[in-house]
Write a protein that binds this ligand. Structure first.
Ligand SMILES: O=C(O)CCC(=O)C(=O)O
Ligand SMILES: [Fe+3]
Length: 740
């Protein structure tokens, strides 16, 4: 084998070759750099592990029989004897495996390049140039995993995906970590309720985790990092120097828990990662009816979180099923117990160093018992946290005050501008403004007359009755608002479709479309809106009194409400949340007739009682208003006859533009473009050319995700672990599977 070359030099040579276009040399050097880096890492880890085994502390000291004065220094010597032997062992081992390379220090920049997986970016191009597609794809994928926002690589991958000869299996992550892969596979099966299949992967994940942890920890025993110290001024004595270096090593070892729970290209690591394995496992074993193993893993999980309620319940349940006695004899995993004990000792030392020397330690684990932190440090941190909380609260209060001040100012000015603003042109000469916000005792209100003619009113009224006849049944449906009235409604699209089928006059349907557009323009202009107003919903509605149900009637035809929020009149509040149509910004109602009794439109206060203005419907009259809480409104009972109106709601948000409106526009264009008009003539059946609204087909429904899990004994009630454990398993916590 050729002597190992430092990988930073190999890498530099590869990059140089890249700019010469010497692809073979790029591949040769960079592949070798990657291999060397791996070899160094492995050699270091192996040597540190084997030397630790060879020169363990804790062997009995030379026996002096009775304690002698002066035995202390002998103990010290025995300790440092071990240290020297360990150093000797390491030197021999490493130079044996790595030769001169063992002394070579790689620059931080190169280290970072490798961390970012940049070598694979060069490799990807070089392989592509020499037509090694499978390798190019793997290199590209490997790079992209760690750089998911890299646009060019994303495009490359899309390009590769379309190329002939490229297979799905080529998209390999060449730097994937065995423990994470096994975990992901296990969780994938688990998520599919394939528990039996999940188990071997999760077990492998645990095993791989511990070997990765061992390697990670051994790699922490490197050189002292003077970061933060002035190199030249650092003059610690023997024990301070040992302390500084050793705490750094311990800090690094502790952070292995984070390192192992991290995924390339993702900022956040998986929280509570190692304990999570045993949570998955206990539930997977339970669902595979292996109660012994379920108990073992539940107990192992409890080593980390002894007070976890769900897990304690699970354990109680498993124990009851299996028999308390057998259960009591099953213990948690030994290696995990050892791991925890060691980790806690490390934490204690680190907290000690934190407390005394101020060497910062941030505990990466969520399961550390509180007692591990020294009392004094705990109090210090508590005090600091309290101060921070107080400051945060004070700042919060201040911000709130400022916010309300600003809000009030904005409200004043926006109300002012709104007031000044309404009153724009009404675009058509014959339309008249009958009432404004001022005369209607509110804001964002207007009543206009002569918006449409008597003929138009009559035609739309007939359209409503014709569609009701053809569509929903003879007298319309019972009103959703009152038992004393019936109610019929038709949208623009429905009217056009019925017209297309020859069931109502096309001219009327088109008039309905045109008139609603006219109202939209007028409202947009009158309220001087700076951005376009879009249709949100259009409905031609007639309410008819049911003669035999009028006696003693006290309800309204349409209870007082606000169009874009849920009115809570007792609380004098309006909540702008679904199911309210929160995106509605303006409403307009065009009345078509007055041949009925009652049916006055009313504006009220937020209490839904105090009437502030009343509008009597008549043909051609439009009442229009802001759809928000400033305008609660309703309709008084229609006690005789039929009251018809076109109700239109508008939105300023183009994303909520009515889908039906767009379809209606398309249908009209199609019907009245010459070619299509002819084409329509051949559609004798009258089948609709426009797809039925998708909303009318019930949405697909999937199987419940836990419905077929083991449910035996569920009748026993609260002890059943399945649903609760599932709810508490890491899957459903904030680190969902999509992050994996
Ligand atoms: O028909 C009316 O006068 C008002 C109807 C209304 O407010 C509504 O449907 O939201
Ligand atoms: Fe309304």
């Amino acid at each position: 084998e050729p002597p190992l070359e430092p990988y930073d030099q190999l890498y530099d040579r590869g990059v140089e070759a890249y700019y010469r276009g010497d692809w073979k040399s790029v591949i040769l050097n960079i592949e070798r750099a990657l291999r060397n880096k791996g070899a160094i890492r492995r050699a270091r880890a192996e040597c540190r592990l084997s030397c630790a085994n060879q020169t363990q502390f804790g062997e009995p000291l030379p026996d002096f029989g009775v304690p002698l004065p002066g035995q202390g220094p002998v103990h010290d010597l025995a300790f440092f004897d071990k240290i020297l032997r360990r150093a000797d062992c390491l030197q021999n081992c490493e130079s044996g495996k790595l030769g001169e390379l063992s002394m070579h220090k790689v620059s931080e920049e190169t280290e970072l390049e490798f961390q970012k997986r940049s070598p694979y970016n060069y490799l990807q191009v070089a392989y592509f140039k020499i037509d090694k597609l499978d390798k190019a794809v793997a290199a590209a994928h490997t790079f992209f995993v760690a750089n998911p926002t890299h646009m060019e690589m994303k495009q490359n991958l899309e390009y590769y995906r379309m190329m002939a000869g490229v297979q799905e299996a080529d998209f390999k992550d060449l730097e994937a970590k065995a423990h994470m892969e096994a975990f992901k596979e296990g969780v994938a099966f688990y998520t599919n309720d394939e528990f039996l299949e999940a188990i071997p992967h999760l077990e492998a994940a645990v095993e791989e985790y511990f070997s990765a942890d061992q390697e990670c920890r051994s790699l922490c025993e490197g050189a002292y990092d003077y970061d933060g110290y002035n190199y030249l001024e650092y003059n610690a004595d023997l024990f301070q120097a040992i302390t500084d270096h050793y705490t750094q090593v311990l800090n690094c070892k502790q952070s292995c828990a984070v390192e192992l729970a991290s995924r390339p290209g993702q900022e956040k690591h998986i929280e509570d990662f190692l304990p999570g394995h045993f949570n998955y496992l206990q539930f997977a074993y339970y669902n595979s009816e292996n109660y012994e193993k379920a108990i073992e893993n539940a107990k192992t999980y409890l080593l980390f979180h002894p007070r976890d309620e769900v897990m304690n319940q699970n354990l109680a349940y498993y124990s009851a099923v299996l028999g308390e006695e057998i259960a009591a004899n099953i213990s948690a995993r030994k290696n995990v117990e050892v791991y925890i004990r060691q980790s806690l000792l490390e934490k204690e030392l680190l907290f000690y160093a934190y407390d005394v020397f101020g060497i910062t330690f941030v505990d990466p684990d969520t399961w550390t018992p509180e007692e591990i932190m020294p009392q004094r440090l705990r109090e210090k941190q508590k005090a600091e946290r309290e101060t921070a909380a107080r400051i945060t609260e004070e700042i919060g209060n201040l911000m709130k005050e400022i916010e309300t001040l600003v809000e009030e100012k904005n409200k004043d000015s926006s109300e002012m501008t709104k007031l000044i603003r309404e009153g724009g042109s009404i675009l058509f000469d014959n339309i008249v403004i009958t009432n404004t916000s001022k005369t209607l005792n509110g804001s964002q209100r207007v009543v206009l007359d002569n918006v449409v003619t008597e003929d138009e009113c009559r035609e739309l009224h007939q359209l409503s009755n014709a569609t009701a006849l053809k569509g929903d049944g003879y007298r319309g449906k019972p009103s959703p608002h009152t038992p004393s009235e019936s109610f019929q409604g038709v949208t623009v699209l429905k009217a056009l479709k019925l017209a297309q089928e020859g069931k109502v006059p096309m001219k009327s349907a088109q008039m309905y479309f045109d008139i609603s557009e006219k109202v939209r323009k007028v409202v947009e202009s009158y309220f001087r809106l700076e951005t376009p107003l879009y249709f949100s919903y259009t409905h031609l509605v007639c309410r008819s009194a049911i003669a035999e149900k009028q006696e003693g009637r006290e309800d309204l035809s349409h209870p007082v409400h606000v169009d874009n929020c849920m009115l809570q009149s007792e609380a004098l509040e309006c909540i702008k949340e679904p199911p309210a149509y929160t995106h509605r910004d303006y409403s307009a109602i065009l009345y078509l007739n007055n041949e009925f009794e009652g049916g006055e439109f009313i504006f009220t206060e937020l209490d839904a009682k105090t009437i502030t203005a009343e509008v009597s419907p008549k043909c051609g009259r439009v009442v229009s208003f802001g759809a928000g809480k400033e305008n609660p409104h309703g309709v008084k009972a229609v006690t005789k006859g039929q009251r018809c109106a076109v109700a239109i709601w508008f939105t300023l948000d183009p994303r909520h533009k009515e889908k039906e409106r767009i379809q209606a526009e398309e249908l009209l264009t199609m019907l009245f473009s010459p070619v299509d008009a002819e084409f329509q003539g051949t559609e004798k059946e009258g089948t609709s050319l426009v797809e039925e609204s998708k909303d009318e087909i019930p949405k697909p429904d999937g199987p419940g995700n836990t419905s077929h899990m083991k449910t035996e004994n569920q009748a026993q009630g609260p002890d059943s672990p399945d649903s609760k454990a599932a709810a508490n398993s890491p899957l459903d916590s904030k680190h969902g599977k999509e992050e994996l």
